[in-house]
Design a protein around this ligand. Structure first.
Ligand code: SAM
Length: 194
């Protein structure tokens, strides 16, 4: 009951964070409805391991972990201060099936995970997009490098791997991933590798 109160609405969930992090939510953090829909597709079995590629302040993993307590949700995030806020929110909610890693997603071992969530994490590298902060370098080259790196990881994933994208430009998705469901005006796409 204590944990539940954080996931009643986006507004209550954002109370897990200080104001500057809440202010980023509209553009950068997954809405609760989207997290719930994405997780319902990604959680195929109890114990399934899901990686959020670019986990920000942890909202997707926390919401998904709350709704699916038997699945394991891990987020990897390049900005250390966001990982700290994610871990603080994790401590407040007390969810045992969620964890966060500070690092670039290129350091993640994709073989440790069954399915993946991706909220257009590399987009801020493109010109004229809203940035989370001005503390890192942005470039089109980085966008292309990360997109291609993710593409190659997904190429190596086994058949049956599931992916949910939210607002993706789809440059990172190999052709053997097929869309099986869309939602939220097609911004949310559910993919399965054949
Ligand atoms: C749109 S936000 C989504 C956050 C979270 N997945 C959610 O839905 O609430 C994308 C996040 O990806 C992170 N990110 C971007 N490139 C990354 C990289 N190469 N490695 C790790 N994190 C990255 C950004 O710092 C940002 O926090």
């Amino acid at each position: 009951m204590e944990t539940e109160k954080w996931f009643v609405s986006d507004a209550t969930c954002h109370e897990l964070y200080p104001q500057p992090i809440r202010d980023l939510a509209r553009r950068h953090w997954t809405p609760l409805l989207v997290a719930k829909k994405a997780a319902s597709f990604l959680v195929t079995d109890p114990g399934v391991r899901i990686l959020d590629i670019g986990s920000g302040a942890g909202k997707f993993c926390l919401a998904a972990g709350f709704h699916y307590p038997k699945a394991q949700f891990t987020g990897i995030e390049q900005r250390e201060y966001l990982v700290q806020y994610a871990n603080a929110a994790l401590e407040t909610t007390g969810l045992p099936n969620v964890s966060f890693i500070h690092g670039n997603f290129t350091q993640a071992d994709f073989r440790q995970y069954d399915h993946f969530y991706f909220y257009n994490s590399f987009y801020e590298n493109l010109a004229y997009t809203e940035k989370i902060d001005e503390q890192i370098e942005y470039s089109t080259e980085l966008f292309e490098y990360y997109s291609h790196y993710l593409y190659k990881q997904l190429c190596n994933a086994p058949a049956g791997t599931r992916l949910v994208t939210y607002h993706s430009l789809e440059t990172e998705i190999p052709t053997d991933f097929h869309v099986v469901h869309t939602d939220i005006n097609d911004y949310l796409k559910c993919w399965i590798k054949v």
